[in-house]
Design a protein around this ligand. Structure first.
Ligand SMILES: [Zn+2]
Length: 288
């Protein structure tokens, strides 16, 4: 993969007048390295910011730019330097032009977008949070897929690459990587795979992180807030939730969510008492 490049068609040929004026002022009154100013300049060249003065920016506006970087394979470390660069500029403007830039302006900008390593405070999502997340996921097949892959299968973070739709082995209901690694999927994932038609399925850990960024925002925007932690939602939270809500069917062994529509009570000739089984097998393997 070559050096990531910001797509030309998403760039303007010049910066919005007000933003240029503020940036020029910043440059003339500070003595920071060229690359730093360039980073802010590139940011303002983004097409969506053409008619937007910086004092009207919100955290979500900035995330649009982050989204383009993610889609164009920028490294997490590179993307992580953006909020730092912008907050330096922000602080300058807040102190220089307090009537235009209030103290609250971008005060909720995260210090970084992507965490290094795993959080030590991973937690189990509530059913309410899971319902909200699924509501959010409806807008984009990929969002749904990323969430369900981690939630249903409890895979390791990097295994999302193995779970690419192109690696599907329908006969054996599994994903198989070119290196021969196999991960079984369940009925829910099979449904999602069947739904997938010509979707952009370039799935990477960075894409998954970007999804977590978006979904964290969504949970925070709920009233009352459905997410209070300072850090982004992390795949480990999903994995922990998987351990709580996804149960192995004792009859067929398939990973099955703990909701009514996924389970039946079954009995067989040799098993007169009702026992729980998933709707896929309906308990037929209890005979074996
Ligand atoms: Zn079953």
């Amino acid at each position: 993969m070559g050096k990531p490049v910001f797509p030309k068609n998403l760039m303007n040929n010049r910066i919005n007048e007000s933003n240029k004026k503020w940036l020029d002022e910043y440059k003339s009154e500070t003595d920071l390295n060229k690359g730093y100013y360039q980073k802010i300049e590139n940011f303002f060249m983004f097409r969506d910011y053409k008619d937007m003065a910086f004092n009207t920016f919100t955290v979500s506006d900035i995330e649009k730019y982050v989204g383009v970087m993610v889609d164009n394979n920028y490294k997490e470390d590179t993307i992580n330097t953006l909020p730092g660069a912008l907050s330096g500029f922000r602080n300058f403007l807040v102190s220089k032009h307090p009537t235009i830039f209030s103290k609250d302006f971008l005060s909720n900008l995260p210090t970084r977008y992507f965490e290094k390593g795993d959080p030590s405070d991973a937690f189990v999502l509530s059913v309410y949070q899971i319902d909200l997340i699924r509501e959010f996921n409806k807008q984009n097949w990929k969002y749904e897929y990323i969430f369900e892959i981690y939630f249903q299968l409890g895979i390791k973070k990097k295994e999302i690459i193995v779970c690419h739709p192109n690696n599907r082995d329908m006969k054996r209901s599994c994903f198989r990587s070119s290196e021969g690694q196999e991960i079984k999927y369940n009925a829910k994932i099979a449904q999602l795979l069947d739904k997938q038609r010509n979707q952009d399925t370039n799935l990477t850990q960075v894409k998954a992180n970007y999804y977590f960024l978006k979904v964290t925002d969504y949970l925070r925007q709920q009233k009352p807030k459905a997410y209070e932690k300072e850090r982004m939602l992390n795949y480990l939270d999903i994995k922990k939730s998987h351990q709580k809500y996804i149960i192995v069917c004792p009859s067929c062994g398939q990973l099955t969510e703990n909701n009514a529509q996924s389970w039946v009570l079954a009995k067989t000739k040799r098993m007169p008492d009702f026992r729980l089984a998933c709707t896929e097998c309906k308990g037929r393997f209890y005979e074996n």
